[in-house]
Write a protein that binds this ligand. Structure first.
Ligand SMILES: *Cc1c(COP(=O)(O)O)cnc(C)c1O
Length: 426
């Protein structure tokens, strides 16, 4: 069967959702796949827009979007067209040669951000690894620092490789994996006094601070938005000392916050930033971006076999162009306001269960109160039973990260299903 036929057939299947004859067997799955994930007991097999269907034919509103990844939702005509076109033309050749699509994506990203240069890889962790290497080389070459330190925040999340679990300021991701990578130090998030004190201590030591690595809004750590004053003071501190400011935009970049980049919510620009999740709309791609003054990599310094191949770059360009052409940033702002307003009403209705709502654009957290008799996972399960997919961000926060194409009707229906779910818990 040709790929085009396959795609056409799958569109037909999506257009007329029905239960498949084959039943999914979780026991067989678990017999063959490593148990790295605590999976929910459903298997998803079809999607359209903001809706997905499981193997039993049950429909769900998808406010997870592959964890803030499916920018254009499921089965978007632009994605289908871009995937089909690019696979027919050329999909992979390696970086031994020039790749026009890679150049075009780099140009789009640098023209629409504070960055001047881009490097492409396959995931958020890999993008952050690249940022760590770039900052270390910059410290060695431009500042003569022997033992560069990268300062990160408590409750942060930067990925699952050895360097990025070390950068991640949450001990639960590091347990049993020591020895960790040297050269990291942690500070409380949104606390400028603590940051200044830490830097003074480290610099008095034989080591020196090379970079500060922060998320504009902490996603996995509980949907904690960065404080504008704090980030402006961090920027000023970096300008005065030569320390590089690296922003991990893996979860919030590419329109998720209602601005193209998370840093626009803070009124600052980073020296280096990283992207992944939303950039390819669900196709695996990561990117490391920097301003020209920290563009210190030379041939041989860094590489990735799959990184920036024609396939992923062709699709990512289509996603980025669609974001602008369809004015999705406006949609993100309006739908985000509607969602937060609905969630705020729910908080008022159940004051013993919830303590608040926080977020930007279409990354929002419903915060459980300290006396709530349930945890975020319990509400996530209840919502799933009511036909709504949401995801925990730590034990006390339920995260809402729908596709950026979500409609006003989808938002209202999600709120209705969430209200049904809460009713089963109280
Ligand atoms: C998801 C995430 C990562 C890791 O991305 P992977 O693609 O899973 O490696 C890094 N940083 C942030 C902020 C993330 O949300």
């Amino acid at each position: 069967m040709s790929f085009a036929t396959l795609v056409r057939n799958s569109i037909k299947a999506i257009a007329s959702p029905k239960t498949t004859e084959k039943t999914f067997d979780a026991v067989t799955f678990d017999g063959a796949v490593m148990k790295t994930y605590g999976r929910f007991p459903i298997a998803l097999e079809r999607g359209r827009g903001c809706r997905v269907w499981d193997t039993e034919g049950r429909e769900y509103l998808d406010f997870v979007a592959g964890i803030a990844t499916c920018t254009l939702g499921h089965g978007h005509p632009v994605m289908i067209e871009a995937v089909t076109q690019q696979i027919q033309k050329l999909h992979h050749v390696s970086n031994l040669y020039y790749i026009p699509e890679q150049g075009e994506l780099a140009q789009w990203l640098t023209q629409h951000s504070c960055a001047d240069k881009a490097f492409f890889c396959n995931s958020g962790a890999e993008a952050n690894e690249g940022a760590i290497k770039l900052a270390r080389k910059y410290a060695h070459v431009n500042r003569g620092i022997e033992n560069p330190i990268i300062v990160t925040a408590n409750a942060s999340f930067h990925g699952r490789t050895l360097a990025t679990i070390t950068a991640t300021g949450q001990p639960k991701y590091q347990k049993n994996f020591n020895p960790l990578v040297p050269g990291f130090h942690y500070v409380p998030y949104n606390d400028i006094a603590a940051l200044k004190e830490a830097i003074a201590h480290l610099d008095a030591d034989e080591s020196q601070v090379a970079a500060i690595l922060l998320e504009p809004l902490q996603g996995e750590g509980g949907v904690n938005p960065g404080d504008r004053d704090y980030f402006q003071q961090v920027r000023q501190l970096c300008d005065e000392t030569g320390i590089l400011l690296i922003l991990d935009e893996v979860q919030v970049g590419v329109g998720r916050t209602g601005k193209l980049w998370g840093y626009e919510n803070l009124g600052i620009e980073p020296d280096i930033f990283t992207l992944a999740k939303g950039l390819g709309g669900g196709i695996p791609i990561g990117a490391l971006l920097c301003q020209s003054h920290c563009d210190v990599f030379e041939p041989g310094d860094h590489a990735s076999t799959f990184g920036g191949n024609p396939f992923v770059c062709g699709v990512a360009i289509a996603v980025c162009q669609t974001l602008m052409r369809e004015n999705l940033l406006n949609n993100v702002q309006s739908r985000g306001e509607e969602l937060r307003s609905g969630l705020t009403s729910i908080v008022k209705q159940y004051p013993t269960l919830f303590s608040g709502v926080r977020g930007w654009g279409l990354i929002n957290g419903l915060v459980l109160s300290s006396e709530a008799p349930v945890k975020s996972i319990d509400l996530v399960k209840a919502a799933m039973a009511a036909g709504l997919l949401v995801v925990p961000a730590g034990p006390n926060v339920v995260r809402f990260v729908p596709p950026l194409v979500v409609t006003a009707e989808d938002v209202q229906e999600a709120l209705t299903r969430l209200t049904e779910a809460i009713a089963t818990l109280v």
